[in-house]
Design a protein around this ligand. Sequence first.
Ligand code: GLN
Length: 495
Amino acid sequence: MTNVVVPAEGLTSLTAAELADKIHAREVTSREVTQAFLDRIAETNPELNSFLHVGQEEALAAADAVDKALDAGEKPASALAGVPLALKDLLVTTDAPTTAASKMLEGYMSPYDATVTKRLREAGIPILGKTNLDEFAMGSSNENSAFGPVHNPYDTERTPGGSGGGTAAALASGQAPLGIGTDTGGSIRQPAALTNTVGVKPTYGTVSRYGLIAAASSLDQAGPCGRTVLDTALLHEVIAGHDAFDATSVDKPAAPVVEAAREGANGDLSGVKVGLIKQFERDGWQDGVMENYHAAVEQLREQGAEIVEVDCPHFDEALAAYYLIMPCEVSSNLARFDGMRYGLRAGDDGSHSAEQVMSQSRAEGFGPEVKRRIMLGTYALSVGYYDAYYLQAQRVRTLVAQDFARAFEQVDVLVSPTTPTTAFKLGEKAEDPMAMYNFDLCTLPLNLAGLCGMSVPSGMAADTNLPTGLQIMAPAFQDDRLYKVGAAYEAKRQN
Ligand code: GLN
């Protein structure tokens, strides 16, 4: 086992807020900062495999542009101008390949930037490269990547989580101070918990999905990742906001997340009601995880929060509903990757029909988990099964949303462990899809209801000495509550 976590000193050990201060005060240039992270990537990526592509020249050019503007006396383009970032390889970029970690898209160059990418550029944030993930964001361990798994910096024999393991490992190892992930059923929060980092799934519709390669369109949402709650809030502010290119984008002012993170840092939670979900106190979950969770709740109470137990009876069915709805949407979204409209083309030697070429392209381009979901989804949507599976799952989805709504009549936020155990060994669940799916138990109800959630580090588990995360959940458009409670908890955490 090897440990490759953030170095104790040097530029790569600083938070994004600290780096921004230094860059804006001209104590250090954005080029120096960006180069330090590029060096760290060069040193550690062979072991971690967190980056699929490093854009050295492009990142340094973006850094130089920030330095030039600041030297000319211009105001920073954003609070994070000059601080570099790791971008999940599911968001399209014009200056780097976008693969979704699939052979289907190997080498694909997008003709346009995702709205999130565009906002990062406008904010003066250099993009270090594209991070590894489970193929098309399907998975919980990063082992479904066509380009090999990411290794957890806390123990390189273990998973960093998935699907956003690349971004999480980059943050935890000091390869990047900021990152972007996407969360369909937990892919931002779950890897954050396994790597001692912070990850936020914003409210559905508040961050543009334009240029985010779709897995399940009614669940997908891009979000900010960082090493502190404040850094994550600063990034959240950059990427959130209405976008006319995304039909599900909500035209509302963004929640005041930075203000909330700063307010929370004083540690005072008096007047805040925190709900504990009965269904997330289960036998069989790892002792070390539950100990840290109970310690976190105790601490929130000491900080002035009122703790209330709430009942969400339909959460027991949420996993089954998610793993029907998600594959159904996948089967439709991934139909475009057929070697004709998009993606790898195989068997096109003049002797095969168009149908044969499409079939062979999909057989060669997609990995086993993606195929499993396409088949499951196609089956569940077919005549005669639609009512029994898809429609039933949609009914459960409504019941889960109603459970949340009832809970939020009583409390301001809900908390739970982010994952039932700490990071498992690579290979341990690879042959058992159900065990893998079960790992998402705590995170996926939120996506079904379209709400927002955060995972914030809650200390090392006593039994495995690996990171754990506290999940905080809030109602739609109240993302600021996550930051207030998250920052307060982070400020006072003892363990
Ligand atoms: N692990 C879940 C899945 O495989 C969630 C993935 C995600 O959030 N992208 O579907």
